[in-house]
Write a protein that binds this ligand. Sequence first.
Ligand SMILES: C[S@@+](CC[C@H](N)C(=O)[O-])C[C@H]1O[C@@H](n2cnc3c(N)ncnc32)[C@H](O)[C@@H]1O
Length: 328
Amino acid sequence: MRSVTINGNTFYNGDCVAGAAEYIPDETVDLIITDPPYGIDGDRLHRHYNRDEEFVVEGYVEVPAAEYGEFSRAWIRQAERILRPGGSLYVVSGYTNLYHILAALRETGLSEVNHIIWRYNFGVYTRRKYVSSHYHILYYEKPGGRRTFNLECRYGTGEQGPDARSLNYRDREDVWTINREYKPGQLKNKNELPTELLAKMMQYSSNEGDLVCDMFLGGFSTARVAIGLNRRVTGFEISEPMFSAKTEEIGAIEPGDLLPGLRVPEKAGDPPNRGKPWTDAEVKHLQARFSELRDAGMTKKDTVATLCQELGRGRWAIEKALKGMGSG
Ligand SMILES: C[S@@+](CC[C@H](N)C(=O)[O-])C[C@H]1O[C@@H](n2cnc3c(N)ncnc32)[C@H](O)[C@@H]1O
């Protein structure tokens, strides 16, 4: 099987069942995120989505519906074998063949953690029934080890939104509304997963340096996000044109390039004045001190960090207050 190694990450151009059996040792993968072919005549999948065909890479390989059950059992058995105890598996699935995937998972020793609904924009257009605008994400774990779940990776448990509801709680509800990405003029797989969706799963369920695997790389979106978040990554794609086009692009990604753009959560217990209303005097002081530090040549980032310390408030609160004053 042809393989390509880029910055220490190896990708395989071939069937994931045979490939995993040959190349991925037992219990070496921390996290699997994967989006298997849907078994619904995927070559026509894109027609529903009203896309510009020119940039869709040919070569999406579909699995005949009649073989879907056995196919699911075969790759899920490999996924179970390569996951470390405590490792996590996320499977993105449409509705049509969901029962095959659920049945295959039930035959393994993996345990269900959550059944997530991913709600997206641009649903499949219909006139005589409701518009289908969700996918299922089956989140499972391999028992026998400590599962990574980074509770405050995106929002501190004490952070509240403008409606006084916990941002952390809301982020961890099992219905996720995340829009698909529209990428005009770029070569893409017929059903690429959005960065935001992949980053969320990776942030909660892995740490930097962990090994992420995608059994069905497609447009390599999992690989792209994993590298961007400084994870190691491996995986399989059976289509040759897709594999060649996408491995070329992967080489250009700077490891960790998504990290600076991540929201920094305010972790519980950090800023002593968190949640307290701002007094007029404090707002005036904030404005004066901000100008003073900036005028002295301090970067905006360092200025905000200094103000967090001085005022005992979190970065988010300081930035919000500065924005309100027109200094953000
Ligand atoms: C739904 S797509 C994956 C899309 C991907 N998550 C993305 O964001 O671009 C499924 C992919 O699996 C590939 N595929 C089909 N059968 C396969 C197999 N046995 N082994 C590896 N890849 C396979 C298809 O060619 C297709 O690109």
